[in-house]
Design a binder for this molecule. Sequence first.
Ligand code: BG6
Length: 514
Amino acid sequence: MTTGTTTEATADALMTEVPGIDTSRMPEPLALVIFGASGDLATRKLLPALARHAENGALPRGFAVVGVARSGIGDEGFRDLCAKVEGAEDNAAWQQVIRKFRYVAGDYSDPATFERLAAVLAEVDVEPGAAGNRVYYLATVPDLFGTVARGLAAYKANEPGPGGSFARLVVEKPFGADLDSSRALDDELHECFAEDQIFRIDHYMGKETVQNVLALRFANAIFEPIWNRRYVDHVQVTVAESIGVEHRGNFYERAGALRDIVQNHVMQVLALTLMEPPASLNGNSIRDEKVKLLRSVVVHEAEQEIDRVVRAQYVAGEVGGVAVPGYREEDGVDPASLTETYLAMQLAVDNWRWAGVPVFVRTGKRLRQRETQVAMVFQRPPHLPFAGQLTRDLLPDALTLRIQPDEGITLCFGAKVPGPSFTIRTVAMDFSYSDAFPGGTAEAYERLLLDAMTGDPMLFIRTDEVEQAWQIVAPIQRAFTEGEPPLARYRAGSWGPAEADRLIEASGRMWRNP
Ligand code: BG6
């Protein structure tokens, strides 16, 4: 690896104000090597995010992407592909920067692929001047993660170069399919890369509104005193999607809602919402607190999970007025599939702050509408000095963090209905992100790519977090393989199965549908 000075390149770059992006953190010159460069993730998310960075002047002079994939499209073919991604049109800076992009065709299990890559990287170090710095992005199917890492190690491409140049590995979820396979994957990666070189992406951590959970909790003094078992009755986390499995039937058959959403996105959101205040916003302080919280989630035996979990699959219905097929009719799906497209569960967090406060989680595909939110539902007042019928429509107070699509925060509380009687009804006070910050926010991958390039680990998932999240879902996975609980059905376009309503109603509570 060659080394190089970065100051000229840094000073040269033209920075502009980018909403949601700290443009003072310009990455050093580097080569971003994308494995799976012609695939879905690269073309729909990564390259468009880079195109926006180019437009905003957030890429250093000595920057190049080296695409690696099987198809023999060559440098020109890859540049053509880059020239057509979302946000590329009328983006002069991007059209300029992609002229330096390179492409390596090959099979990941063939050492010759890595030999060619090493040769191209040596060229890229000279022009445009990547200075020996590397970020390797594994945008391939997960089965190839270990193969690619070993291929890189064989050329010592995993080792930071002399003079301080860096080599980082970015890995996308899923991190394994269960506790054992995730440990095996980590062992494979750790043979080639040290933990502080590995950047595991959960794209929920790149969402502005997920990060805003930290701001709400730790930049304000008014919420902290009530953020505990003395005031919170229960917590609800909803990750509802209106889309089905789209063209990913094959993948989804092996994933299901538990692996696809709960083990990662839900656990991350939950950890940020319920963890203790971190000492600082540095990468390990926050991750230490998240792990501590995840370790407090009660893990039961598989048999005990059955009453706390509902799994279900959608049948044909209507979403937004459009008729849609059932899951078993989707492409790539077994007509007798038992994969869950919906999951609801009740969790407990056994620590000083949350003991006795149930946490209800639900997620599903083909639900009535897209809605990701966390609701902190507060206890009822100890005594209501109003006649019963006057408070019939009064719901418990709740603070809802709306993560998407209508990003913001809602506080629901009781107010007097105007008129001669003392009727009380629930009203809502709203904070809307788009009203307060009309400039818009950066897309999750923009933020995460920039952080990986600058080497800021805060929003990436550490190995112990991954492991703990698998520990939590392991008994549920075991119950599923034993056929328990039975798979329920729900109509596409509904809010899920009646069994999920019964799960929460058994505790005297109800789901808060938008
Ligand atoms: C991905 C899942 O991790 O997250 C998909 O694999 C899901 O199945 C997606 O649709 C949801 O992401 P978002 O950002 O649309 O909430």
